[in-house]
Design a protein around this ligand. Structure first.
Ligand code: NAI
Length: 335
């Protein structure tokens, strides 16, 4: 069976790691027909906009995309391409499985947790204004509907993936109304899932406990900004941004992408670690119902990482993105 899917290579290291992912996906034998669309700086050059309408049309057509990172200028300039894609396509749940990998030396041991981040509102509403010169307000928007939806996603995910516990992360002691509403909705959803253990943690304490005992965490659900920050913290626990995958999921559409950005400091050098995008591609295969191929991809990748002879610079090796991808592709064929 042929699966149609959208490919968004993106900016910076995006095209390099996308080529690597295509090579490894090819080795799984799954028949994927890609619609390749531009986003970010390349799209601006070619189409005069960072987000061509064709990107949305393609994802709505294929319902599934593999995406590289896209740059967003700090301060002025256009709105974040990534936030706009998630909001426009209704990809309300951001899923980030964080797992210790064999052969990867990292501060955390036996980590196997999943961050579920609300993707559409919170402090990423993009609503900011200057009240008077020198005073700016940014609005944190929290709705009961979006809070309930993300809580339901987290509990359903926990149940369907054999997870034991959901931790709600918040700062309701200070943001009593906004984070308070998030907690209220999460507690209501929790009552429908008595089989799943539940606890609540204030975000700063959660950050400390994640560093000290990451193996004690299972599924964590939280609003947009906390999820953004804690995802990077958790990536650091298992070997860095090069190894953590992600998925943005809505009711009918899904976009799979790594946690990391465009890595401008190493873009074009052939040094990028494609592992995060490869693991995102494995999530995409799972989503398409190709569980065996996804498992083969993970097995092949883990074999290469465990062996350690071919690894990228961020993991202490010297291999190029291309050599690493070729080695993983060969391992996947034999997995
Ligand atoms: P970054 O994730 O691009 O880089 C942070 C550090 O991690 C850099 O030292 C980089 O070399 C390293 N790194 C990241 N991915 C790596 C990989 N696969 N292999 C080896 N090393 C890797 O974060 P930064 O510098 O804050 O952001 C750069 C740009 O990326 C910004 O324009 C930002 O807006 C954008 N961005 C895009 C995201 C997306 O498209 N989903 C997510 C995060 C940032």
């Amino acid at each position: 069976m042929t699966h149609r899917a959208t490919l968004i290579p993106g900016d910076g290291i995006g095209p390099e790691i996308t080529d690597a992912a295509l090579r490894v996906l090819d080795a799984t034998g799954v028949d994927l027909a890609w619609e390749r669309v531009d986003a970010g700086e390349l799209a601006l050059e070619r189409h005069g906009t960072v987000l061509p309408e064709e990107l949305f049309a393609s994802v709505r057509r294929t319902r599934v995309a593999l995406k590289g990172p896209v740059a967003t200028p700090i301060g002025g300039g256009h709105r974040s391409v990534n936030v706009t894609i998630r909001q426009t396509l209704g990809l309300y749940a951001c899923l980030r499985p964080v797992r210790s990998l064999p052969g990867v030396i990292a501060p955390g041991r036996d980590v196997d947790l999943v961050i579920v981040r609300e993707n559409t509102e919170g402090l990423y509403s993009g609503i900011e204004h200057r009240v008077v010169p020198g005073v700016v307000e940014g609005l944190k928007v929290v709705t009961a509907a979006a809070s309930e939806r993300i809580a339901r996603f987290a509990f359903d995910y926990a149940r369907s993936h054999g997870r034991r516990e959901v931790t709600a992360v918040h700062k309701a002691n200070i943001m009593k109304l906004s984070d308070g509403l998030f907690l209220e909705e999460t507690r209501r959803v929790r009552e429908e899932h008595p089989d799943i253990a539940y606890r609540e943690l204030i975000v700063d304490n959660c950050a400390m406990q994640l560093v000290r005992r990451p193996q004690d965490f299972d599924v964590l659900v939280m609003s947009n900004l906390y999820g953004d920050i804690l995802s990077d913290l958790c990536a650091g626990l298992v070997g860095g941004l090069g190894v953590v995958p992600g998925a943005n999921i809505g009711d009918t559409l899904a976009v799979f992408e790594p946690v990391h950005g465009t890595a401008p400091d190493i873009a074009g050098k052939g040094w990028a670690n494609p592992t995060a995008l490869l693991l995102s591609a494995a999530l995409l295969l799972d989503h398409l119902g190709e569980a065996e191929a996804a498992a083969a991809l993970r097995r092949g990748l883990e074999r290469v990482l465990a062996d350690g002879a071919v690894r990228t610079r961020d993991l202490g090796g010297e291999a190029s993105t291309e050599d690493f991808a070729a080695t993983v592709a060969a391992a996947v064929r034999n997995a």
